[in-house]
Design a protein around this ligand. Structure first.
Ligand code: NAD
Length: 298
């Protein structure tokens, strides 16, 4: 590929596509996939309820939206706490009168609080490790954020959508690690396979209520999570530990052929997520889409 594929322009949006709709987003901090989706959805007319654990980065997403005349509310919560997940949905309903669309994007790659700066040296018990060396704390923290939190959120979201009787659409974020194994990070891979299962299960159970439920499953997408993962791999290599992660396959088909070997951008993921949430995807449910630049094609 001589010049590479031009990524989705961050300025692209379809005016009024989501006018009158409320979108609930977990993992909506600035720079993240959830943040990019929230920002574009707001440009397209949605009221956006943004949930995250990172106060400053959450505020930044909300400020970006309100600065251009969009409507957004930031809500600080740890969705791995069932009361906090229910509380976030209740707050959205209270402030926006309901919810129609959802992106469940909150997730972590290791067992640390994502709001804290990485400190690998002093948190080795929370870091990814092959199964025989993995700690309970690492396992529980990753499972709590990635799948238990998604369950708590979806339960509250679905109850609200059912009560409204307006149908709806939900997109969950899985990963290539939800479609294939990922070396060195058993809890991440197990939790993301659980996202695939939960998505398919819920698609079946809620089709009768007019609620479509799909997942997107990406390879490297350039967000704070990836920068943190790269730092971790580098640190582990320097320690002579080898992280396991990125040891076999480190680039998607498209990234491998790009002149600058770029990963996906959050805006590329947001474009697909918003398509799935839009009326154009009216016949899609239960799909676990590989939005991975061809990673899982071979
Ligand atoms: N970036 C990638 O390459 C990549 C690849 C595959 C899958 N994913 C998935 O995409 C999703 C979004 O990740 P991202 O790449 O935007 O990373 P990110 O770290 O920028 O965003 C994830 C956000 O979720 C928030 N979060 C995590 N746990 C939370 C909790 N318990 N309660 C509330 N908020 C919480 C974090 O604070 C963070 O802002 C994640 O589920 C991730 O696993 C990302």
């Amino acid at each position: 590929m001589k010049n590479g594929i031009t990524p989705v322009d961050p300025a692209t949006f379809f005016p009024n596509r989501f006018l009158g709709k409320t979108l609930f987003v977990t993992g909506a901090a600035h720079g993240s996939i959830g943040g990019a989706t929230a920002e574009r959805a707001a440009k397209e007319g949605a009221r956006v309820f943004c949930v995250d654990r990172k106060p400053e980065a959450l505020r930044k997403t909300v400020n970006e939206i309100t600065a251009i005349g969009g409507t957004a509310i930031g809500h600080l919560a740890d969705i791995s706490d069932p009361h906090a997940a229910q509380g976030a949905v209740d707050a959205c309903v209270q402030q926006f009168g309901g919810l129609h669309l959802v992106l469940n994007a909150a997730g972590v790659m290791d067992g640390n609080d994502p709001a804290l700066p990485p400190d690998f040296e002093n948190t080795t018990h929370l870091l990814p490790a092959p199964l025989h060396a993995a700690t309970d704390a690492y396992w529980h923290n990753v499972m709590n954020a990635n799948i238990n939190g998604m369950f708590f959120c979806m339960r509250a979201q679905l109850r609200q959508m059912m009560a409204q009787e307006t149908g709806g659409a939900i997109v969950n974020i899985g990963s290539i690690a939800g479609l294939t194994g990922l070396p060195g990070n058993p809890a991440y891979s197990a939790s993301k396979h659980a996202v695939t299962g939960l998505t398919r299960n819920a698609a079946i159970d809620y089709a009768a209520h007019g609620i479509r439920i799909n997942s997107v499953n990406m390879a490297q997408t350039d967000t704070p999570m990836v920068f943190r993962a790269m730092e971790f791999v580098k640190w582990a290599m320097e320690k002579g530990m080898g992280s396991g992660m990125a040891s076999f396959k480190s680039a998607s088909l498209l990234a491998a052929h790009e002149p600058d070997k770029r990963g996906a951008t959050p805006w590329e993921q947001a474009a697909i997520i918003l398509f799935l949430l839009s009326p154009d995807a009216s016949n899609i449910t239960g799909a676990c889409l590989a939005t991975d630049g061809g990673w899982t094609a071979f």
